[in-house]
Design a protein around this ligand. Structure first.
Ligand code: PLP
Length: 262
């Protein structure tokens, strides 16, 4: 059972729907909690409406009373208040159970580049100080890494988090290497050890690829794979989902995450 806390994209392309579909394809039961509502269509984000910390608190407390989770996936958290509350809960859950994998996809902007959170700066601080230190892995793309870190260079930014014992998977999805047709994903684990994957790019504009990759990693970790194996399987899952993607009326394509064989 995987606890996913993320935003709702009513077009069904990203956010919690991507998490539920991905996790169920990988054979995990997802207990989904919505951190923020949005108004968006297949092309643009129009409005963000974080849920109240009170209801979030009750939902997490109620699930935690009844269940033990195999892993936790965090996506867009909506507001600094919600991020702080979730930081508190992941410490509680980590004490109750043996330390479980906790993955944060630090989504700050939507696929069209609009802000997915109220008070970006306060949210960034809450993520950096109150959520990331308790995570196993964060999966920022380069722009997200830049927003989160106070350091100037890529390596220093990663070290800021690996020094806390947090592994960092930087994803190259935002900078397609058109010439080679590949992108590079880099994992730096807490000890400083590194691994790289060159992934073939698939032509097109897709919604929810980051959500799909991070929830697939969580699913494979929950199924007992080691971190580097979980990342490899998750990258293959995303490639398959993009190869079979479908289009709504217009806008970005939707990765095919349901009933995808793994
Ligand atoms: N979460 C929500 C609720 C979103 O609406 C989006 C994108 O619009 C994302 C996450 C991030 O999507 P992507 O995986 O495309 O970065």
């Amino acid at each position: 059972m995987v606890l996913a806390i993320a935003g709702l994209d009513p077009s069904g392309g990203a956010g919690i729907q991507a998490d539920i579909q991905t996790l169920s394809s990988i054979g995990c039961h997802c207990t989904p909690i919505i951190s923020t509502l949005t108004v968006q269509d297949s092309s643009a984000l129009h409005k963000v409406h974080p849920v109240s910390p009170e209801i979030l608190d009750q939902q997490i407390a109620t699930l935690n009373d009844e269940f033990n989770f195999s892993a936790i996936k965090l996506g867009a958290l909506g507001s600094a208040e919600n991020a702080k509350l979730i930081g508190h809960w992941i410490q509680v859950i980590n004490k109750k159970q043996k330390k479980i994998p906790i993955i944060l996809d630090p989504v700050i902007k939507a696929s069209d580049g609009s802000a997915l959170a109220l008070g970006d700066h306060a949210l960034r601080n809450a993520l950096v100080n109150e959520v990331i230190p308790y995570c196993t892995l964060i999966t920022p793309n380069e722009p997200e890494l830049k927003i989160l870190s106070s350091c100037d260079t890529h390596d220093a930014a990663i070290k800021q988090f690996t020094d806390l014992g947090v592994s960092v998977l930087t994803t190259g999805g935002h900078t397609k290497n058109i010439v080679k047709g590949t992108l590079e994903n880099q994992l730096v684990i807490g000890s400083g050890e590194q691994e790289y994957w060159e992934v073939d790019t698939i032509n097109g504009e897709f919604r929810g690829t980051g959500c799909t990759l991070s929830s697939a990693i969580v699913g494979f970790l929950a199924n007992g794979f080691a971190l580097n194996e979980a990342i490899e399987h998750a990258q293959r899952f995303v490639s398959n989902a993009l190869e079979q993607a479908y289009t709504l009326r217009s806008g970005q394509q939707i990765p095919q995450r349901s009933n995808l064989s793994v």
